[in-house]
Design a protein around this ligand. Structure first.
Ligand code: GRF
Length: 222
């Protein structure tokens, strides 16, 4: 089976990138990371790529006259590396139609909330402030809105008494590291079909009896 060529865009720590690199290296996804691009020199994601023997490219956004011009550069690097699917993994830039059109319905993002709740910045803070009892993460197809595209995979975690932004973000991040590789595996295996806003996933089984109660019942009846 030929491997799906991924291009990962990341601005930060790159722990999601790492989960993708590991899953590819271990043969859990029929894909390979062809290139990692960051807009920031400080991005640890670039080091992670180099350590994995993957092409790491720094494209500082400050040098571009406009967002569109920056995205033109992104598109040309992605094309140069024959990227088939773009993965945003903590990429702290708003992307423009230039990139969206070049990779229409072929850009994924991961977001630390159960979308469509809490899109945009500080999603974990927003969830805590709203007082939800369950939060989680979402892998979605990127469209022209902010975190509004069709949903591919989600994982839920409880919000616990005493949680702060850091503890909840860490619980969510652990699930992100499962969700992104899983979404990529489904995609790379050709099991994903977009039908309007709904993403159909072939042969995906669900357990209809499974649920998360938060706070959890501890032996007692409700
Ligand atoms: C993650 O929380 C992701 O959901 C958000 O940015 C963060 C990136 O973390 N989009 P990392 O750089 O992958 O560690």
């Amino acid at each position: 089976m030929t491997k799906l060529r991924l291009g990962v865009l990341a601005s930060g720590t790159g722990s999601n990138l790492q989960s993708i690199l590991d899953a590819c290296a271990q043969g859990r996804i029929p894909a390979q990371v062809a290139v990692v691009i960051s807009n920031l020199t400080s991005a640890k994601a670039l080091d992670r790529a180099r350590e994995a023997g993957v092409r790491a490219i720094l494209l500082p956004h400050q040098l571009s006259p406009s967002r569109e011009a920056y995205d033109e550069q992104l598109v040309s690097v992605l094309r140069e590396h024959e990227v088939e699917l773009v993965c945003l993994a903590g990429f702290m830039r708003l992307i423009t139609p230039v990139l969206l059109r070049a990779f229409e319905n072929r850009i994924l993002n991961i977001h630390p909330a159960l979308l469509p709740s809490f899109p945009g910045l500080h999603a974990v803070r927003q969830a805590l402030k709203a007082g939800v009892k369950i939060s989680g993460c979402t892998v979605h197809v990127v469209d022209e809105g902010t975190d509004t595209g069709p949903i591919l995979v989600q994982a839920a975690v409880p919000v616990l008494e005493g949680d702060d932004e850091e503890s909840l973000a860490a619980r969510i991040l652990a699930q992100e590291h499962r969700c992104y590789p899983w979404a990529l595996r489904l995609w790379a295996e050709g099991r994903v079909a977009l039908e309007g806003r709904r993403v159909r996933i072939a042969t995906a089984r669900g357990d209809p009896t499974r649920q998360i109660l938060s706070p959890a019942l501890q032996g007692e009846q409700p």
